[in-house]
Ligand binder design. Structure first.
Ligand code: ZN
Length: 539
C-alpha cells in the first residue's frame, strides 16, 4: 500500500467513525449530528451506485455527440430520469436536445446542471496513451463532458431516497449544459425563465482535482458572432471585373483584426474560423462567412470588442464592394462568478470525501500520457487536495469561458470540479478523452457525486445557508454589476450547428455504442487492455 493509499484509508475510516462519535456528543455550534448521519448514509448510497454511474459515463462517452446534436445522450438521460420519478420538460427554450427534469416540491429549488457535448476531431480509444482515434476525423469526448451528468444524477437519486423517507421539503432539478462547447444555450435558458424560481444552482464540470471556488473566476466571457458577406459570381479568369468576392471581405476583415489585435487589452482572446470560403477557384465567391469568438473579462469589454468586430466587418464589405448580411450571434457567455456560502459548504464536504484511491494502473496511464505529450513533469494523477478554498482571482489575465456564467449572475451558483481527468493536457483535444471511459473517470465521478450529495443535504436541511447565499449574491456580487444578456432579442439558439458533421460520422459511430447488457464496461467491449501504454514507458 502506498503512503497516499494509507492516508486515504485512515481518512475514510475517520469519516465513517465521525457520525458515530457525534451521536453521544453535545451538539456544537454549526454541528448537526442528524445531518451528519444523513450525509454518511448518502455517501454509502452513492458508493452502492458505482456501476450505475460507470455505465452512464461509458454510454455517453460512446455517443460522442457535438453541441446541439446530442439526441442519443438526451434520450438516454431522459429515460433514466423518468424511470426514477422525475417529470421531464423536453426541448426547452427551443432547443431539441435540452431538458429540465424535476422531482419533489417546495423550497429550496436546487438545479443540478452539467454539460453533455463533445469536441470536433477528438475521437480517441480510451485507455490508450497515445493518439489513436476510434474513427479518423470523428468527434469525441475531448473535454470529458460525458461524465458530469453521472455526478449529478447519482447524487440526486441518493438524496431523493433520503428526502422521501425523512419527508424533507425541496425540489431537485436536473438540466443539461447543451452545446457548451459553443456556449450556445444557457443564456437562452435564463431568457426563457428556467432559473426564475431556482434558489441555488449546483453545476459540475470535469477537472483534475476535487475543488470549488468563489468570487470572480479566472477566464473570460464571450460573444460568438458569424459575419456573412454577399457579392456576385463571375468567371474568375475571363471576366474577373464583373465579379465581387465575398471571400475578399472575409480575408480583409481577418487581416484588419490581426493588425488591431496588437492594440487590444492583454486579457482579450479572439479567434475565428472561415465557415464558408467559396466553392471553387474559377468562380468568384458570391457568399463567404467568418465566425469569431470575442472574449474579454467583463460585459462592457466584451461589448467593446464586438463593436470593433462589427466595424471591421462593415469596412471590409466596403473595401470588397460586397454586402454584409445581418450578423448572427451563435453563442455567448458571461464571465463566471461563484457564490461564497455555497462554495464554503461544498469545500467542507470536499475535505470530508477526499480524493479517490488511484490504482497503480491509473497512475501508469496518467504518467504515460503526460510523457507522450512531453510534459516535463510527468507527475501522474493528483493525490492532494488544494491547500484551501480558492477565492476570487487576483489578476484576471483571461482564458476560457463557460456559459454557466449567465446562470451564475441570475442565481447563486458554484461549479464543483471532480478529478476524472489527467493533469497537464492541452484541452479540446483527443488526449483529454483518454481517461474518460476508464476507472480514472469512474472514480472521479463517484467522488464528485459524494460531495454533491452532501451539499444537497446541507441545502435542504439548513435554510439559513440558502439565505446566506442570496445575501452574498445581492449585497456583494450584484451590488454594482447587473446582468444584461449578450444575446439580442432577435437571436435564437443556433440549433443547426454540427448537424452535417454528425450526419457524416454517426453511422460509423453507431457501431461502437456501448452495450451494458453485454459488457461490464466500455473497455471490455472495445477489448482494450487497461492501461495500454508504450512498452518503454512501463519500465
Ligand atoms: Zn467544458
Amino acid at each position: 500500500m502506498t503512503r497516499h493509499a494509507l492516508v486515504a484509508l485512515i481518512i475514510s475510516a475517520l469519516v465513517v467513525a465521525a457520525p458515530l462519535a457525534q451521536k453521544n456528543a453535545p451538539a456544537k455550534p454549526g454541528g448537526n449530528a442528524k445531518l451528519d448521519a444523513l450525509k454518511q448514509e448518502a455517501v454509502a448510497d452513492v458508493e452502492s451506485r458505482t456501476q450505475f454511474a460507470q455505465q452512464m459515463v461509458d454510454q455517453i462517452f460512446s455517443y460522442g455527440e457535438l453541441g446541439f446534436q446530442e439526441f442519443e445522450t438526451n434520450r438516454y438521460l431522459i429515460d433514466i430520469l423518468k424511470k426514477n420519478g422525475f417529470a421531464v420538460q423536453e426541448g426547452i427554450a427551443g432547443i431539441p436536445t435540452a431538458f429540465m427534469a424535476t422531482w419533489g416540491s417546495g423550497k429550496p429549488v436546487i438545479a443540478l446542471g452539467s454539460d453533455i457535448d463533445c469536441i470536433p476531431q477528438a475521437s480517441q480509444k480510451p485507455a490508450v496513451a497515445w493518439h489513436e482515434p476510434m474513427i479518423e476525423g470523428a468527434p469525441g469526448h475531448g473535454e470529458g463532458h460525458n461524465s458530469g451528468q453521472a455526478v449529478n444524477i447519482t447524487a440526486a437519486l441518493a438524496v431523493k431516497k433520503i428526502m422521501e423517507r425523512e419527508k424533507l421539503p425541496g425540489t431537485l432539478r436536473i438540466w443539461t449544459g447543451t452545446a457548451e462547447e459553443l456556449v450556445g444555450t444557457k443564456a437562452y435558458f435564463v431568457r426563457a425563465g428556467f432559473f426564475k424560481d431556482v434558489d441555488i444552482a449546483l453545476f459540475t464540470h470535469v477537472g483534475e482535482n476535487l475543488d470549488v471556488s468563489w468570487g470572480e473566476r479566472a477566464g473570460n466571457g464571450l460573444v460568438s458572432v458569424q459575419y456573412s458577406f454577399v457579392g456576385e459570381t463571375a468567371h474568375a479568369a475571363a471576366n474577373p471585373w464583373r465579379g465581387r468576392s465575398a471571400l475578399d471581405a472575409v480575408e480583409l476583415m481577418d487581416i484588419g483584426w490581426n493588425f488591431r489585435r496588437e492594440h487590444l487589452r492583454l486579457s482579450q482572446r479572439s479567434h475565428n474560423v472561415i465557415t464558408d470560403g467559396g466553392d471553387q477557384p474559377n468562380v468568384v465567391p458570391r457568399t463567404a462567412s467568418v465566425w469569431y469568438y470575442f472574449r474579454e473579462t467583463d460585459y462592457p469589454h466584451i461589448k467593446e470588442l464586438w463593436e470593433t468586430g462589427d466595424t471591421m466587418a462593415k469596412a471590409a464589405a466596403m473595401m470588397a464592394g460586397v454586402d454584409l448580411l445581418p450578423t448572427k450571434v451563435l453563442g455567448s457567455a458571461w464571465p463566471q462568478h461563484f457564490n461564497k456560502a455555497v462554495a464554503e459548504t461544498t469545500w467542507a464536504n470536499i475535505q470530508k470525501v477526499g480524493l479517490p484511491q488511484w490504482s497503480d494502473e491509473d497512475q501508469q496511464l496518467a504518467k504515460a500520457l503526460q510523457k507522450e505529450l512531453k510534459n516535463p513533469r510527468a507527475e501522474g494523477l493528483r493525490t492532494k487536495l488544494s491547500d484551501g478554498l480558492q477565492g476570487p482571482v487576483r489578476e484576471n489575465t483571461g482564458g476560457g469561458s463557460d456559459d454557466i456564467g449567465d446562470i451564475s449572475w441570475n442565481v447563486p451558483t458554484v461549479t464543483l470540479r471532480y478529478p476524472s481527468n489527467i493533469p497537464g493536457l492541452p484541452g479540446h483535444n483527443w488526449a483529454n478523452a483518454i481517461s474518460m471511459a476508464t476507472p480514472i473517470a469512474h472514480k472521479g465521478v463517484i467522488a464528485g457525486a459524494k460531495v454533491q450529495a452532501m451539499t444537497l443535504l446541507d441545502l435542504v436541511s439548513r435554510p439559513e445557508l440558502v439565505e446566506q447565499a442570496w445575501k452574498y449574491f445581492k449585497d456583494v456580487q450584484t451590488k454594482e454589476t447587473k446582468y444584461e444578456a449578450l444575446i439580442r432579442p432577435e437571436d435564437t439558439p443556433a440549433i443547426w450547428l454540427n448537424k452535417a458533421t454528425m450526419d457524416k460520422y454517426r453511422p460509423e459511430m453507431k457501431k461502437y455504442y456501448y452495450d451494458p447488457s453485454r459488457f461490464k464496461n466500455y473497455l471490455e467491449q472495445l477489448n482494450i487492455k487497461y492501461p495500454t501504454v508504450r512498452s518503454t514507458t512501463t519500465q
